[in-house]
Design a protein around this ligand. Structure first.
Ligand code: C5P
Length: 291
């Protein structure tokens, strides 16, 4: 059942997919989280959110879209948690009917849940005309998940700590780049993948240039993710060797991998070849977001 007003006058927001161009795990912290150095970039595509205000204080969530069936609208849903967090911050009874169109695969390392939470904060801040300082919004975001503060801005950033250290970090030649996302249809638990990291610090991240990110950047979660889901190695192998490929790497804790190309045409050729050989893999042709 859809809220009757939802399609007519709804305010809309995109929950941009996130990729970790490189993700260096430096240490396991005493609180159980891991200290990271990661270059976050965002795709031009993602889940879609829309909302209308209600005045009874209720927050209702409707989910649709190709991956909508993989999520439930229970209290653990990050969209609902984000909406409730902002409502609690306001301390009043503004409500909303929210529709989430789930386009990104769930539990797949491209920040779907985190991006949805962040987009909900942006959307409801507009809908409810909320005045909130950036630091306070970042605090609400971090309580929802480590990647949520970076997803609030959805621009290329150097991310440190468990996700609270944010620095805008455009990289020459990265923004606007053609990017193919590929997911082989397995969902991985972020906590489990982090837990299987071998606790070897392989050194800091040099994000000074795209060349450095390609040549010296790593995703330290790739090995533990491949150990849990060997098909990730097949995805990476399928992405290698195409004309115009700059970089193929896993994002986040997997299993989605991304590939950067010199041109849209090179991406389209690679996408056709990979999809032809693996009809059941999810793929999305996009580009790195410039904002
Ligand atoms: O912060 P979030 O709830 O999204 O993280 C999910 C899980 O991933 C955490 O419970 C933790 O086990 C792991 N994690 C971590 N280090 C980080 C981020 C997440 O160990 N920097």
């Amino acid at each position: 059942m859809l809220h009757p007003d939802l399609d007519a006058e709804a305010m809309i927001e995109t929950a941009y997919a996130k990729v970790n161009v490189a993700l260096h795990v430096r240490a396991r912290r005493d609180d159980g989280y891991h200290a990271l150095e990661s270059l976050f970039a965002f795709a031009d595509h993602g889940d879609r959110l829309s909302a209308v205000a209600t005045d009874d204080g209720a927050i209702d969530l409707f989910i649709d879209g190709p991956f909508g069936g993989a999520l439930d609208a229970g209290p653990g849903n990050l969209v609902l948690k984000a909406a409730r967090a902002l409502q609690a911050y306001l301390g009043d009874q503004r409500g909303a009917a929210i529709r989430l169109t789930k386009i990104l695969p769930v539990a797949s390392g491209i920040g779907g849940g985190s991006a949805d939470a962040a987009a909900t904060l942006r959307l409801l801040a507009r809908l409810w005309d909320v005045r909130i300082a950036a630091e306070e919004l970042a605090g609400l975001a971090l309580d929802l998940g480590s990647d949520v503060p970076a997803c609030v801005a959805s621009v290329t950033q150097m991310v440190t700590g468990r996700g609270e250290g944010l620095r805008r970090h455009p990289v020459k030649g990265l923004e606007g780049t053609a990017m193919l996302l590929v997911n082989p249809g397995v969902g991985l638990s972020t906590a489990q993948v982090f837990n299987n990291w071998d606790r070897v610090d392989r050194g800091p991240l040099d994000a000074a240039s795209l060349d450095a990110l390609v040549a010296q950047g790593r995703n330290d979660l790739q090995a533990p993710a491949v150990a849990a889901a060997p098909v990730i190695a097949q995805v990476l192998a399928a992405l290698e060797g195409h004309e115009g490929l700059r970089l193929a790497r896993m994002s986040g804790s997997g299993a989605t991998c991304f590939a950067l190309f010199d041109s849209d045409a090179a991406m389209a050729d690679a996408a056709m070849a990979v999809q032809g050989a693996h009809r059941d893999w999810w793929m999305m042709e996009t580009r790195i977001r410039t904002a």
